[in-house]
Design a protein around this ligand. Structure first.
Ligand code: ATP
Length: 315
């Protein structure tokens, strides 16, 4: 559904995106994660044809966004960070205006508006001016305009920002329901939102894709933490040579001892800790502690956003 290749975008001297590439299949629900300024909004604007990249291409449903902007926009429903609402219009009037702008044939308009209103639970709020609705309901109006034309792809930029906890749950449930009929990509900095909703998370840091993780794979991967009584000069190099190890990082444990995190290869999960135990025994290392540490989206994100050592402190 989405194929991104080598996307780069500068704002003057600021590089907002650097060589971003990935694909999203039809029916996936994907969270685009990243700290402030990571490039999420810039990416979504390019994907929806509102901004031109400096380099690279984006295909949506096989169509190049830059060459076929209108066709792509007709297949996409987009809820930007600030929904383009008109406070003086009623929900009904606003959706009629969007239907006209989307060139939906007149005979289909009322049916599609009714379906969008029903899907977003706006039945009771059709005639009030949008400006008088609560923020949660205004967000629903934004979602209703995004789904009105039954797009194949739904794109939301921080859909729950500024909402109270009850409204957040309602909007998440709504996104979950919408994802049954469309591919969904949304940006957020809320890790639990991605865990609650997504099959997959793409993590952007400083304009680059630093991780692309499937929730199921993440749960199947684990790390092991080895804390030693005193430093052992070749421990890190020895651990790195293990067949099950992907990366090894050193840090200091919270009580000041030299520690190593061994990040296992996919599906190394349960075999990793016993293998480290055997290695430590063979080499006579002064082991203080050895434990399994299940990877979460939070641990992956912190390691990328803060760096491995700072992430250990954050954990
Ligand atoms: P946030 O989570 O804070 O919304 P983001 O991940 O959506 O951030 P972007 O808004 O895409 O990030 O910004 C990426 C970088 O580009 C930032 O350094 C930002 O300051 C810069 N930037 C964004 N828009 C513009 C603009 N119109 N002019 C100049 N720089 C911009």
């Amino acid at each position: 559904m989405i194929d991104v290749t080598g996307l780069t975008k500068f704002y003057g001297p600021i590089r907002a995106l650097e060589d971003v590439s990935f694909s999203i299949k039809s029916g996936e629900i994907v969270g685009l994660l990243g700290p402030n300024g990571a490039g999420k909004t810039t990416f979504l604007k390019i994907l929806t044809g509102y901004l031109q990249p400096d380099e690279g291409t984006v295909l949506v449903d096989g169509l190049d966004v830059q060459e076929h902007t209108r066709e792509v926009q007709s297949r996409v429903g987009y809820l930007p960070e600030t929904a383009p609402l008109y406070p003086e219009l009623s929900t009904q009037g606003y959706l009629q205006m969007i239907a006209a702008l989307r060139l939906i044939p007149e005979e289909d308009r009322q049916r599609l508006i009714s379906e969008a209103v029903y899907a977003t639970g706006l039945e009771e709020h059709l005639t009030r001016p949008i400006g008088q609705l609560s923020k949660g309901f205004r967000q629903r109006v934004g979602l209703a305009q995004a789904i009105l034309h039954k797009p194949k792809l739904l794109i939301f930029d921080e859909p729950t920002v500024g909402l109270d906890p009850t409204q957040i749950v309602e909007i998440r449930n709504l996104i979950r329901r919408l994802s049954k009929h469309s591919t969904v990509l949304f940006s957020t900095h809320i890790l639990s939102e991605v865990e609650a909703l997504c099959d997959r998370a793409i993590i952007l840091i400083n304009g680059r894709v630093e991780a692309d993780a499937r929730m199921a794979e993440l749960a199947a991967t684990s790390d092991a933490i080895l804390v030693l009584q005193r430093p052992v000069s070749d421990a890190r190099a020895t651990l790195s040579k293990m067949a099950l190890a992907q990366t090894v990082t050193s840090f200091q444990s919270s009580d000041g001892y030299p520690a190593l995190r061994v990040h296992g290869k996919p599906n190394a999960a349960s075999a990793l800790t016993p293998a480290i135990y055997d290695l430590a025994r063979q080499n006579g290392w002064p082991v203080r502690e050895l434990r399994r540490d299940v990877r979460t989206l939070e641990s992956v994100f912190n390691a990328l956003a803060l760096g491995p050592e700072a992430a250990e402190v954050a954990a």
